[in-house]
Design a protein around this ligand. Structure first.
Ligand code: GRF
Length: 200
């Protein structure tokens, strides 16, 4: 695999999207660092299993979002990462990091944004009774789940779906879509013009 850029992946939970990135054969990116805000996150074990450097930056250790973010930014900068990929990272980062990595922070969200931003997007879709939801990959800006949209996939909501069944079908799409988008980004194929992202 040709490595074009180094990326840092931030993850809070099980890390199945991190695993999809690790397993991708043509990502065009080397994951040089994994950062988690949760000491026991399974994502850390996935990194360790393949020899990727990891750091824990516990949210509870900080008095402010700015200090928390500054510490993460320091770790990312010393790792040599040129971009940041959020993969189930459940903390909002402050503007300083977004400014340093403008249009170089990617996030994956389990809904068709701008519908259902924030936490519990899958439950929100069920509660709203929508017939279609999905996945969005977007660049991160200063607002939560708001930056320029890179790619989306629709996922039907079935009559008997519950949180687990719907999230599982959404994750199938996530694991296919995220490596493709990160690969396109690494190869320089994504061009951002205002809110619009052109995929060349
Ligand atoms: C994914 O559904 C992602 O869209 C959301 O958080 C979940 C993370 O899952 N941001 P995992 O930790 O990658 O398994």
């Amino acid at each position: 695999m040709e490595v074009i850029i180094n990326i840092a992946v931030l993850a809070s939970g099980s890390g199945t999207n991190l695993q999809a990135l690790i397993d991708a054969s043509d990502l065009g990116a080397d994951i040089c660092l994994v950062v988690s805000d949760r000491p026991g996150a399974a994502a850390l074990r996935r990194a360790e299993a393949v020899g990727i450097e990891s750091r824990v930056v516990p949210w509870a250790d900080f008095d402010s979002r700015a200090e928390f973010t500054k510490t993460i930014l320091g770790e990312i900068e010393s790792s040599g990462a040129q971009a940041v990929v959020l993969a189930g990272f459940m903390r909002v980062l402050s503007g300083e990091l977004i400014g340093v990595f403008r249009n170089r922070v990617l996030n994956i969200h389990p809904s068709l944004l701008p519908a259902f931003p924030g936490a519990n997007a899958v439950q929100q879709a069920l509660d709203q009774g929508v017939k279609v939801t999905g996945v969005t990959v977007h660049f991160v800006d200063e607002e939560v789940d708001h930056g320029p949209i890179i790619a989306q996939r629709a996922v039907p909501v079935l009559p008997d779906d519950d949180l687990a069944s719907l999230h599982a079908r959404i994750q199938v799409e996530e694991h296919d879509l995220y490596p493709r988008v990160v690969g396109a980004f690494a190869r320089g194929e994504l061009n951002v013009e205002g809110r619009k992202v052109r995929w060349d």
